[in-house]
Design a protein around this ligand. Structure first.
Ligand code: AMP
Ligand code: MG
Length: 408
């Protein structure tokens, strides 16, 4: 059986990122959460003109370079410039302009003296302390020079990036299209949440869980619904999914049971199976396939709801990120002190779900209460981390350090 690391490497190697022509042009308002497909270059220097970082007086450094409390310099105030004003008058030797934070520096001045270091006397101001040359001036281009790289391709656009783009007046952006992810649930026992349960039936929770997972990771979920465990129907549904999506996530039907048809169908459809099982718990029967004639990547995920989500978090998420243009994405692991004993079988890398807490700036892991059976999805709610017990280890005792995978 493949190790988790080997499986992850194979998967990432199979993912072909969307290339730079698979883009959409979106307005800034629509860009939140999208991935930049082209580097952005700004056309404006930031700040766009020299301006004051303080409320105070704009003046000529030469006039005040030798002043002190004992030898103050008196300057004549010839104008007042508020933020948004356009200064008209050139400041001459012996003169100053009253200025406010963010206002443009008037011509002739090179330095701001903050209000607190001055004394106002009618239309004059006393400077009692000599400033540094150019003190409290935010120079044009000090933060960013027009024409130099502003934001790189592959980054996800959030509040800070929106601010940068808005200030640079970049209102149209080239972003990667969102990957189309087909989701289908296999199983004769499945019904939708709206249907009344007959004996033997269970609700298809995976369809909804995976759609949420896909949307949270920047993909467009295409819900293909429940497909019965009948080879012809299944084959047709899988063929349609492969033809229409960048990624297919099917759940169920990949174990060794009599009704587990997925692998056989993938082979019949000309697929190459790269992974058939992984030494991981939960989630051992993971199938990963590609097809000759298109770029679709197929994940056949076990049906147990916990196995399904853990497989998505551990294996599908990095693939989806890479596919969607986030080339630098890495799963995040932290070291935490476990509050509970963590038990495992020792033969497979074991993922135990629970919550991460910060105590005095250090992570602690609290194991979710109740059963850790892969069929129990109830205690999966509010999971923020997956504690990992490595192969070869059967117990991590409460108080010891454990590696935990962070969930977003
Ligand atoms: P399978 O992988 O098809 O053998 O399914 C394993 C277990 O997961 C069975 O108990 C199924 O009833 C359950 N299961 C399969 N598919 C789903 C689904 N879409 N939603 C919830 N549970 C499922
Ligand atoms: Mg099944």
């Amino acid at each position: 059986m493949l190790s988790v690391q080997a499986a992850e490497a194979i998967i990432l190697n199979l993912v072909k990122s969307l290339d730079s022509n698979q883009v959409e042009i979106v307005a800034l308002e629509e860009a939140n959460g999208r991935i930049l497909a082209q580097p952005v270059t700004g056309k404006l220097d930031i700040p766009h003109w020299d301006n004051s970082a303080m409320d105070g007086y704009a003046l000529r450094y030469q006039d005040v370079q030798n002043c002190s409390a004992e030898k103050p310099v008196t300057l004549e105030i010839v104008s007042e410039i508020a933020a948004g004003d356009r200064p008209q008058t050139e400041i001459q030797p012996g003169q100053a302009a009253r200025i406010f934070t963010g206002a443009m520096l008037p011509p002739g001045t090179d330095t701001i003296v903050m209000q607190e270091n001055t004394q106002r006397q009618g239309d004059r101001v006393l400077i009692r302390q000599s400033p540094q040359l150019q003190e409290f001036v935010r120079h044009q281009g000090a933060f960013y020079q027009a024409g130099t790289p502003l934001l790189a391709a592959g980054i996800k656009i959030g509040a800070a990036e929106i601010a940068v783009l808005a200030t640079s007046q970049c209102t149209q952006l080239s972003v990667y299209r969102r990957p189309q992810v087909a989701i289908l649930s296999t199983g004769d026992e499945l019904v939708t949440p709206e249907q009344a349960l007959q004996p033997g039936q269970i609700v298809d929770s995976n369809q909804y869980a995976l759609a949420s997972f896909v949307a949270n990771n920047g993909g467009i979920p295409i819900k293909l619904g429940i497909i019965a465990d009948r080879p012809t129907e299944l084959k047709q549904a899988i063929a349609q999914a492969i033809a229409s999506a960048d990624l297919v996530l099917s759940t169920g039907g990949v174990s060794v049971g009599d009704y587990d048809y997925v692998e056989r169908i993938l082979t019949e459809l000309g697929g190459t199976l790269h992974i058939r099982s992984v030494a991981v718990k939960p989630g051992k029967p993971l199938t990963v396939a590609t097809f000759k004639d298109n770029n679709c990547l197929y994940f056949g995920i076990p049906g147990n709801p916990v196995s399904a989500l853990v497989s998505c978090w551990r294996f599908v998420q990095p693939a989806l990120k890479k596919l969607s243009g986030q080339f630098n994405y890495q799963p995040r692991f932290v070291s935490a002190k476990t509050r509970h004993d963590l038990q495992a079988g020792g033969t497979r890398e074991t993922y135990l779900w629970g919550q991460l807490h910060l105590a005095d700036g250090k992570y602690e892991f609290a194991l979710a209460g109740g059963s850790h059976s892969s069929g129990n999805l109830i205690n999966l709610a509010q999971t923020t981390g997956l504690a990992i017990v490595p192969v070869g280890q059967k117990l991590i005792t409460a108080g010891e350090a454990v590696k935990v995978m962070l969930l977003d």
